[in-house]
Design a protein around this ligand. Structure first.
Ligand SMILES: Nc1ncnc2c1ncn2[C@@H]1O[C@H](COP(=O)(O)OP(=O)(O)OP(=O)(O)O)[C@@H](O)[C@H]1O
Ligand SMILES: [Mg+2]
Length: 374
């Protein structure tokens, strides 16, 4: 995939900006707070329908404005596609909440964020991703979910349905503090969670199986053949020997009493994790800082290969300030994996490791982006 044009209107620090990145490596450089990450965030928004750094869409609207617009034109293996997102706040948005975020795909209004999945493929890589291994489980769950949404567009809807059922079950359980609850209603949510949760768990298992093989290879190279990485799905409910739907249903039924006592649903894929080992050692607990960062890098780099395999085209890479965080050998590995991808890279200066490979150079300053002719 290749982005031909990116347009920002009232998005974060940009009144109006437009860039036409080249294929290959594009460096966006500028001082801290110049607006570099904002650009990558806008691209991520068009690919996944949300920001990578906030769950509050309205934060992305420029201060004092009533709306924001981001548009992307991209060449993909399904042809030339356009994705546009409009964010609204204030009276108009208050009247019709559906208008707070409007998504247009090839100029047609999409009614669900799910329609967006798979239209554009991007991999975002920021310094926080290097903490993937030592972060809390929700960060690793988000890692699986974001990837699955792009690899299998139907996953988005399944996960959303599971989360909706989970919210309903939690609401019911909270009621139990004051009133006895109807066991039939609870059972209905257990069934609903089991049905949708089973699809989430099966998809995650398959995804981790595929990713794991690639990640082991990548990690072996990164560690000079010294370390063997195993990354695997750690479901909160074991379903090795049986059907996932029954396994979840039984676990929910068995934990009902405890759930009511604790006030939330204690079992289910919303508490899944990824296990990461080097040989026999749990890297999350015992790994050195360097081992944890290298394992995280291996997992992220594997995403690129997996998207290439499954989708059949290279994703656009969004590399936010990561080169400065890596030593020379790891920078090289990253640049090798990026080979053949269009890449938007941010840095505070031009003296980055990628300097001699650049296809285009953009200076970011005071809410403006200027292409530098070389
Ligand atoms: N909704 C908004 N409206 C206007 N300006 C905003 C909004 N949100 C963020 N900003 C501004 O955007 C700037 C930060 O942009 P960004 O995070 O892209 O910087 P950066 O170039 O990536 O910096 P760094 O090198 O420190 O990562 C800040 O000046 C911030 O005040
Ligand atoms: Mg930044």
């Amino acid at each position: 995939m290749r982005i031909r044009k990116l347009t920002l209107n009232g998005f974060r620090s940009y009144d109006r900006a437009e860039i036409a990145p080249e294929s290959g490596l594009n460096l966006l450089y500028g001082a801290n707070a110049a607006g570099k990450t904002n650009v990558l965030e806008a691209v991520f928004l068009c690919a996944l329908g949300r920001s990578h750094r906030t769950s509050k869409d309205q934060e992305m609207i420029g201060h004092g404005l009533s709306g924001a617009y981001v548009g992307i034109e991209a060449e993909t293996n399904t042809g030339l596609r356009t994705v546009e997102i409009k964010l609204r706040t204030g009276d108009a948005a208050a009247k019709n909440p559906k208008d707070r975020k409007q998504i247009f795909i090839d100029r047609q209004r999409a009614d669900k964020a799910g329609d967006l999945m798979g239209v554009l493929n991007v991999v975002m890589f920021s310094p926080e991703d290097l903490a993937l291994v030592k972060a809390s489980p929700d960060v690793r769950r988000r890692f699986m979910d974001m990837e699955l949404c792009q690899l299998r567009p139907a996953y988005y809807r399944k996960a959303a349905m599971y989360n909706a059922a989970l919210r309903q079950r939690n609401a019911l359980i909270k009621e139990a503090f004051s009133d006895p609850i109807d066991p039939e209603v609870l059972d209905m949510w257990n069934v609903q969670m089991a049905r949708t949760g089973a699809e989430v768990m099966r998809a995650r298992r398959e995804f981790m199986d595929q990713l794991s093989t690639i990640a082991s290879d990548v990690h072996r190279r990164l560690s000079g053949g010294r370390e063997q990485l195993f990354a695997f799905y750690e479901p909160n409910i074991d379903f090795d020997e049986r059907d996932a739907e029954y396994a979840i249903y039984d676990a929910l039924a068995a934990s009902a009493e405890e759930d009511i006592r604790r006030g939330f649903t204690t079992r289910g894929p919303h508490r899944d994790d990824i296990g990461i080992k080097l040989g026999e050692t749990d890297v999350k607990v015992y790994g050195s800082q360097g081992q944890q960062r290298t394992a995280a890098l291996s997992l992220k780099l594997s995403e690129i290969a997996l998207i290439r395999d499954v989708v059949g085209e290279s994703p656009v890479l969004l590399l936010d300030d990561v080169l400065s965080e890596l030593d020379e050998e790891r920078q090289k590995a990253l640049m090798n994996s990026a080979f053949g991808c269009q890449c938007l890279l941010t840095a505070t200066g031009v003296e980055s490791a990628a300097k001699d490979k650049l296809a285009a150079l953009f200076e970011v300053r005071d809410g403006n982006i200027t292409k530098i002719n070389r």
